[in-house]
Design a protein around this ligand. Structure first.
Ligand code: FO1
Length: 303
């Protein structure tokens, strides 16, 4: 079955690995979030694309969740010693990728092209596309002020409660080459167990992508990022509580109104009826086998 997967970083990457294992590389296109891209030390970092590519290449750090396994921090140590920008931690191995990407972008190569090249070089055969090649940045609105995503997430430890999110540049952003074709050709559209507000909404903020989902002729299935009403990692539960009014599957489904036909929810979450079909299974991806089982349940829900 041909699948288009909308994905954020860590949770999405884990799910992508299981999905690719079940459906095969040739059948999966991952459309990744770029709203949390950031320029650090003059380098363009695309954390969510990198989480997917590192995970599919088997190079990711499982424990930290982001970046590469076996990482060292010598360059960052020098940056700190020189009083440089060290709030966003770039490891030595990771830095190499950012150097290559930044140089390519400066030379005029679109993000989609350099992403494909990096994936190929790391022997990743799954198609990975940024949602857009245009500049699109997530901003977080809080009682303490508005912050660019990574400033809120990393520098401020995502502690400020979130009143709203907005996506700078989304109005003028077009889908990256291949994104609409992947959505049109897909036999199922899947939304990964990622934070709806800051991982999936930035993708849907590209108007043509949202329209493609609204006009779909194939099933669209989202996976809830909650287990027992709590986010496995990150601030999704606090954001849902404050912005949607609760942390049940219904609140997650509400984030994708008109865009999905089924929501895959964890067995520990309340089984109240939803506006879309609920598919109950274990969603915790503790290892590859668990990610595979979840992917099978999702494909089953789309069949
Ligand atoms: N997350 C942190 O909490 N602290 C960091 O210093 C940090 C650095 C970093 C560097 C490269 C990269 O690809 C990701 C990095 N992340 C870091 C993770 C990232 O901020 C978030 O996980 C995603 O943006 C949310 O999806």
């Amino acid at each position: 079955m041909k699948v288009a997967l909308l994905s954020g970083g860590v949770g999405g990457a884990r799910f992508a690995r299981g999905l690719v294992d079940v459906a095969g590389d040739a059948n999966v296109t991952v459309v990744g979030n770029v709203g949390d891209d950031v320029e650090v030390l003059g380098l363009h970092v695309s954390p969510d694309l990198d989480s997917v590519v590192y995970t599919l290449a088997g190079l990711n750090d499982e424990e930290r969740g982001w970046g590469r396994a076996g990482e060292t921090w010598e360059a960052l140590g020098t940056v700190s010693a020189l009083g440089g920008e060290d709030w966003f931690r770039l490891g030595d191995r990771d830095l190499g990728l950012h150097l290559v990407r930044t140089q390519a972008l400066r030379a005029g190569e679109p993000l989609s092209a350099v992403t494909a090249r990096i994936a190929r070089s790391l022997a990743v055969e799954t198609r990975l596309l940024p949602a857009t090649d245009d500049r699109l940045r997530t901003w977080i609105e809080t009682p303490e002020g508005d912050f660019p995503f990574q400033e809120w997430f990393v520098a401020r430890g995502h502690r400020d409660p979130v009143d709203a999110v907005r996506f700078e540049g989304a109005e003028d952003a077009g889908p990256a080459p291949g994104v609409l074709e992947a959505l049109e050709r897909a036999e199922a559209i899947v939304i990964a167990p990622s934070n709806p507000y800051v991982s999936i909404w930035p993708i849907l903020a590209v108007r043509a992508i949202r329209r493609a989902l609204e006009a779909r002729r194939v099933p669209a299935v989202a996976v809830s990022p909650l287990v027992g009403g709590r986010a496995v990692k990150g601030p999704a539960d606090r954001m849902l509580a404050r912005m949607a009014g609760g942390t049940t599957p219904a609140h997650v489904a509400g984030c994708y109104e008109g865009l999905i036909d089924a929501l895959v929810v964890d067995e520990s979450d309340p089984a109240a009826p939803l506006a879309v079909r609920a598919v109950v299974t274990s969603t915790l991806m503790t290892d590859l086998a668990a990610s595979r089982r979840l992917a099978e349940a999702v494909l089953g829900a789309a069949a």
